[in-house]
Design a protein around this ligand. Structure first.
Ligand code: NAD
Length: 483
């Protein structure tokens, strides 16, 4: 494993060529060491135009290829990415700070698995035969699909490879061309796979990578040459994206934040899963959109649950992401660590208390914060209602299942939820009453490449992944003829 590997690619990828950035420059730090690991340059306004133009020029040719041809090209890209698995992993550990124990599966293998699925999905014939209709004359109808056009894919910092693949893999499979803009806090892995896409020999202009800050994001999402903006990030920026895209009536897919409930129904054996529950919301330092960090526990189990969960905090090792024993990495930047700490401080000032925490101090260097479980807060508290995006969970007791469902749905978000239930039937009944795009029962499982992901309310618009993700980049076309 190349532990110190930081990709040396600083060029943008426009029209399948490496392009020297002409926009603002900034430093990229390793959040676990605070060391500057790269200085990068962003796209200028002209280069945003060039990238969109390259994608536009490439669109007709890419859309005209057969599904088999597009599938083969996406598989070739997956081959090249797969051959660099170790480097991609090291790059992500060094720029995001995700512990290597988690990153290998969650940050690299999973994304590549999705890309393979999308490559196969490019071959699918999606024609729907509607059959006969005879008002006022007999006709037949089919529904076929055509690709939306040029896609601007803008991603958040926490899963640079996966978030990009969820978008560009589906868009390319659908026959769209792409301009990808990663978070300025984690641009290195994405610049690197822009370079790798050239090695994979995708046709010129089909896949473009630019980097930049909010100004570049604004130019890209409001660009008249963009047909669809697919965004992953915070609800606040998601709302801006929608506004920016509105000028051109470009479509949007928004994958935003969450405040996902984790319900423990009466009759459960909390000792079986309390540790797993805590280790799950705190992974990636709690920087996961679907972190199940709002724990709703039946009052009969509350004390037992706290007791059983204490062992999880003993197992949490905060620190060097390269240490295989580490399971909690740093926050991405000092301002984000302060924001997370602010939630803890305000909760304590408002009468909340720390019920469980990690006893050992955090390392001197790096933007670390120790995980805590907060209790004693009303459901209206900021820490209960807002996305913290750090290793902080809140716990509240409930009296009966109706109250649990009411509390779980009492949120502006609607991304995910989990129900621990004494039997599957009860779990299914509760799941059907939850307003969330993904509901796990008894812990569910890993993200599947064939299942939709996304949410309602302030968690976003539309879905990624699976057929649903591909349809975000397709327009239905009704074809009708007389018989
Ligand atoms: P963020 O909203 O701060 O930034 C995301 C991206 O938006 C960055 O690339 C940024 O440069 C860009 N941006 C900022 N202002 C812009 C503007 N005006 N116009 C266009 N682009 C602009 O998000 P983040 O902190 O990088 O990521 C964390 C957030 O992402 C959390 O809220 C998390 O829940 C969410 N997220 C959601 C999912 C999901 O699938 N639902 C997955 C991962 C992360």
């Amino acid at each position: 494993m190349e532990r110190d590997f930081v990709p040396d690619v600083r060029t943008l990828t426009i029209g399948n060529k490496p392009v020297e950035p002409a926009g603002d420059r900034w430093d990229v730090a390793n959040p676990a060491t605070e060391e500057v690991i790269a200085t990068v340059g962003g796209a200028s306004a002209d280069q945003v135009d060039q990238a969109v133009r390259a994608a536009r020029d490439a669109f007709d040719g890419w859309a005209a290829l057969s599904g088999e041809e597009r599938s083969a090209a996406i598989h070739r890209l997956a081959d090249v990415l797969e051959s660099r698995t170790d480097q991609l992993l090291a790059s992500i550990v060094n720029e995001v700070g995700t512990p290597v124990s988690l990153a290998e599966f969650m940050q690299v293998k999973m994304g590549l698995g999705h890309l393979r699925w999308q490559a196969d999905a490019a071959k699918k014939d999606r024609t729907q035969h509607l059959g006969a209709y005879d008002v006022p004359v007999p006709t037949m109808s089919d529904v076929t699909h055509y690709p939306v056009g040029v896609v601007a894919a803008i991603t958040g910092y926490n899963y640079p490879l996966n978030l990009a693949i969820f978008k560009f893999g589906a868009a390319l499979a659908a026959g769209c061309t792409v301009v990808l803009l990663p978070s300025p806090r984690t641009p290195l892995t994405t610049l690197f796979f822009g370079d790798l896409s050239r090695e994979a020999g995708l046709p010129d202009g089909v896949f473009n990578v630019i980097i930049g800050g909010a100004d570049v994001g604004q130019l890209l999402s409001s660009h008249p040459g963009v047909d669809k903006v697919s965004f992953t990030g915070s609800d606040t920026v998601g709302a801006k994206i929608m506004e920016q895209a509105a000028a051109n009536l470009s479509g949007v897919t928004l994958e935003l934040g969450g405040k996902s409930a984790n319900i423990v129904l009466p009759g459960c054996d909390v000792e079986d899963f309390a540790v797993e529950m805590h280790l799950r919301w705190s992974r990636n330092g709690g920087q996961g959109c679907a972190a199940l960090a709002r724990l709703l526990v039946h009052e009969s189990l509350y004390d037992r649950f706290l007791e059983a969960g204490a062992a999880a905090f003993d197992q949490m090792k905060v620190g060097d992401p390269w240490d295989p024993a580490t399971n909690i990495g740093p926050m991405i930047r000092p301002d984000h660590r302060e924001r997370v700490q602010g939630f803890i401080d305000a909760s304590l000032a408002d009468g909340g208390e720390v019920l469980l925490s990690v006893g050992t101090p955090v390392p001197d260097k790096g933007y670390f914060i120790n995980p805590v479980l907060l209790g004693g807060l009303p459901h209206t508290a900021r820490a209960v209602q807002q996305e913290i995006f750090g290793p902080v969970a809140v716990i509240l007791p409930f009296r009966d299942t109706d109250e649990a469902i009411r509390l779980a749905n009492d949120t502006a978000f609607g991304l995910a939820a989990n129900v621990w239930a004494p039997d599957l039937g009860e779990g299914r009944r509760v799941a059907e009453r939850l307003r969330a795009g993904t509901v796990w029962i008894n812990g569910g499982g890993a993200m599947r490449p064939d299942a939709p992901f996304g949410g309602s309310g302030r968690s976003g618009i539309g879905r990624e992944i699976g057929e649903w993700g591909i349809h975000e980049y397709l327009e239905p076309r009704h074809i009708q003829w007389r018989v």
